[in-house]
Design a binder for this molecule. Structure first.
Ligand SMILES: *[C@@H]1O[C@H](CO)[C@@H](O)[C@H](O)[C@H]1NC(C)=O
Ligand SMILES: *[C@@H]1O[C@H](CO)[C@@H](O)[C@H](O)[C@H]1NC(C)=O
Ligand SMILES: *[C@@H]1O[C@H](CO)[C@@H](O)[C@H](O)[C@H]1NC(C)=O
Ligand SMILES: *[C@@H]1O[C@H](CO)[C@@H](O)[C@H](O)[C@H]1NC(C)=O
Ligand SMILES: *[C@@H]1O[C@H](CO)[C@@H](O)[C@H](O)[C@H]1NC(C)=O
Ligand SMILES: *[C@@H]1O[C@H](CO)[C@@H](O)[C@H](O)[C@H]1NC(C)=O
Ligand SMILES: *[C@@H]1O[C@H](CO)[C@@H](O)[C@H](O)[C@H]1NC(C)=O
Ligand SMILES: *[C@@H]1O[C@H](CO)[C@@H](O)[C@H](O)[C@H]1NC(C)=O
Ligand SMILES: *[C@@H]1O[C@H](CO)[C@@H](O)[C@H](O)[C@H]1NC(C)=O
Length: 615
């Protein structure tokens, strides 16, 4: 029966035009009337949370067969309405206890999710739908306490009350619901208010429920020291208790061995990962982000056969190293151990992670060389190793990765030249190598990657000329604090998407007409400071127009004709550094008249008549 209902439901939902085929039986006239009255008791509004257009109730016309209305499912024999799906229908208003909705006592499936019933109390009459198997009242703006009568819904297989943050639970209500609804599989109570429930009661509340496969208590206001932290849910596959102020050790899940997806992120759990976690052999996804977990990363966790997603980000793991145990048979797609204090060398068995898409080991204490493990990691899209103590050269196998989109090795001690040519990186959008000890000739391939949007090579020791730029999608380019020489390449002025350009603290030379930079109309930050061989020419009688430039750093460059600049337009300039330029005479009036200017650094020899300046 349930399968049939779902089937009709899906048809109505996806292929509304087919609905007439399931409606050659006639609607119960009373139900029809009740639906019309329910609709007319509500208004509509613009609901930005919903993609689809609210159209279902537009098909509801008095005098037509309600079994053909969108969102309505009838019993094939009695013609009674047994399914009502008004999710995302942009309905607004109060559902009062005398609403004709509650006359539809034959309902087996009811969804009113993503509408706005602001101020509506979760009335005890919802407990009268005794035959309900599916109830979805997510994001309905319901208020008040969930009535004890909800436990009368003993046939429920799925209950979704997510995202009703004014809806509160009493422990006894939740307990009798879980006890009475013996076939309940999905229970989504995320973003409801469970703050009055003692976490130590959770094991009593859920102890009996062998049917639950999904339980979501995310951001539900659970708080306190969870001492009695056993959760025994024999059928559970998906458990989310993230974003709660739960203290104490991680829960004992040793009899919840069916778990596939476990999310205990953003709580206050302390202590090590319990050994029992390694018995969760069906786990595909484990997220423990931002807790206070300590100790080492158990090898047994890294060898779980089905694990594809593991995030231990932002904890206090301190172990000497990542165990060198990744088996060839692993299925890891995402591995995030960032923001801990894990040290040691990176394990060579990383080379076995051939399904890996996203690896983040940044902000730890890893040292030694980056092992040459990337040959087989052909699916890798994001690689973050920044903020460690890695040294030596970047391993050659990295440069042949073709799917890589994001590469961050910044803030390490990596040395040596980069190769002259590379074979991969066709999809690289982000390349961050700043704050290392990289030296040798400027790697020209960096500026010809077809997909590159952000490039930061600053604070290294690259030498030579900046090469011709053909990465036209660049919008963030930082080459500052290197030992680059020669001219600023003309091709830089073709990068019309640039918002940030930093070339300061190099040894660039040549003659540059400042007017060229005004082609870069999206420029927000321009820094050319400390290139003492550079000659920057401001021509008179030129209309400079930098509509959104907010930071302009021109310290220690050869400024020519600056004071003559009479008609510059910098309506958004907030920070201007002109210091160390041997400029004499009055600062031009147009400059002092820029309303947005907050910081102005200039030479003491420069005469200033305005008040709003910092030297
Ligand atoms: C629907 O129409 C019937 C007869 O045409 C009428 O009796 C009934 O009051 C109408 N219902 C509503 C809600 O307008
Ligand atoms: C329902 O009750 C409210 C007051 O609680 C009243 O204003 C309204 O007219 C009633 N509606 C119906 C359909 O009886
Ligand atoms: C509820 O379901 C039972 C068993 O299927 C059925 O006998 C009964 O008529 C239904 N009640 C209503 C109000 O539909
Ligand atoms: C359990 O459900 C049955 C059937 O709906 C109901 O009669 C009974 O009152 C419920 N028990 C509790 C404790 O709610
Ligand atoms: C769970 O329920 C069973 C049966 O009522 C009981 O024996 C057991 O002690 C309970 N376990 C916990 C942890 O409350
Ligand atoms: C893992 O499961 C086995 C078999 O059920 C059991 O003997 C062992 O004690 C469990 N280990 C932990 C740490 O819970
Ligand atoms: C570097 O640039 C300078 C000045 O633009 C030029 O004279 C020189 O030939 C360039 N060197 C190389 C190796 O391209
Ligand atoms: C900077 O470049 C000039 C040539 O433009 C060169 O003479 C000078 O030695 C360079 N300075 C440094 C510190 O590399
Ligand atoms: C400056 O550029 C902006 C954006 O391109 C444009 O809207 C504005 O009209 C220009 N102002 C002047 C004075 O040219």
């Amino acid at each position: 029966m349930r399968l049939f209902i779902l089937y009709v439901h899906i048809l109505l939902f996806i292929f509304p035009s087919f609905s007439t085929s399931s409606s050659n039986f006639l609607c119960n006239p009373q139900d029809s009337n009740d639906l019309i009255q329910f609709k007319s008791s509500l208004t509509t509004y613009t609901n930005y949370a919903c993609q689809e257009q609210p159209q279902k109730t537009a098909t509801w016309k008095n005098g037509t067969n309600c079994c053909s209305w969108h969102g309505v499912t009838c019993d094939t024999v009695s013609g009674h309405v047994i399914g009502l799906n008004l999710g995302c229908e942009s309905l607004q208003g109060n559902i009062s206890p005398n609403s004709t909705l509650f006359h539809l006592s034959h309902l087996q499936s009811l969804s009113l999710s993503y509408n706005d019933f602001f101020g509506t109390h979760f009335h005890s009459k919802f407990g009268g739908f005794r035959n309900l198997t599916h109830l979805d009242l997510s994001s309905c703006n319901f208020q008040g306490e969930v009535p004890p009568q909800i436990s009368h819904l003993s046939k429920l297989t799925s209950l979704h009350l997510s995202k009703n943050d004014q809806l509160s639970w009493k422990e006894s209500t939740l307990k009798s619901l879980v006890q009475n609804a013996t076939v309940l599989e999905e229970l989504y109570l995320d973003e409801t208010d469970m703050s009055s429930i003692d976490p130590n009661s959770l094991n009593l509340i859920f102890n009996q429920s062998s049917s639950l496969t999904s339980l979501n208590l995310q951001r539900s206001g659970l708080s306190g020291n969870w001492k009695n932290n056993i959760l025994c849910l024999p059928s559970i596959q998906d458990l989310d208790m993230s974003i709660n102020d739960l203290e104490g050790q991680l829960p004992d899940l040793s009899c919840s061995t069916s778990l596939r997806i476990l999310d205990l992120s953003y709580c206050l759990f302390k202590g090590p990962i319990p050994l029992s976690f390694s018995n969760l052999t069906y786990l595909t996804s484990l997220s423990l982000v931002e807790n206070k977990l300590i100790g080492s990363i158990p090898s047994s966790l890294l060898t779980l056969p089905h694990l594809t997603f593991l995030s231990l980000k932002d904890n206090l793991f301190i172990s000497g190293q990542i165990p060198n145990v990744f088996p060839k048979s692993n299925r890891f797609q995402q591995l995030d151990l960032s923001g801990n204090k894990i040290g040691g060398e990176l394990p060579k068995s990383l080379s076995n992670l051939q399904h890996l898409i996203n690896l983040d080991l940044s902000s730890n204490s890893f040292s030694g060389q980056i092992p040459d493990v990337f040959d087989g990691l052909t699916k890798l899209q994001e690689l973050r190793l920044g903020y460690n103590r890695l040294e030596g050269q970047i391993p050659p196998s990295l440069y042949s990765l073709s799917q890589l989109n994001y590469l961050d090795f910044s803030y390490n001690k990596l040395k040596g030249p980069l190769p002259d040519e590379i074979s991969g990186f066709q999809n690289l959008g982000y390349l961050f190598l700043s704050n290392n000890l990289l030296n040798g000739k400027f790697p020209s391939w960096c500026l010809s990657l077809p997909s590159l949007g952000m490039l930061d090579l600053s604070n290294n020791q690259f030498t030579g000329n900046i090469s011709v730029i053909s990465s036209y999608s660049l919008y963030y380019l930082k080459l500052c604090s290197n030992k680059l020489q020669g001219d600023i390449p003309e091709s830089i002025f073709n990068l019309v998407s640039l918002t940030t350009l930093c070339l300061s603290s190099n040894n660039l030379s040549g003659f540059v007409n400042f007017q060229h930079f005004s082609k870069l109309q999206k420029l927000d930050t321009l820094s050319l400071s400390r290139n003492s061989q550079l000659s920057l020419n401001f021509e008179s009688n030129v209309n400079y127009n930098f509509s959104i430039l907010s930071t302009l750093e021109l310290s220690s460059v050869g400024l020519i004709g600056f004071s003559k600049l009479s008609s510059g337009k910098f309506p958004g300039l907030r920070y201007l550094d002109l210091s160390n330029n041997k400029l004499f005479g009055r600062l031009p009036n147009w400059l002092l008249g820029i309303d947005s200017l907050q910081y102005l650094c200039h030479d003491p020899t420069q005469i200033v008549t305005g008040a709003r300046t910092n030297t």
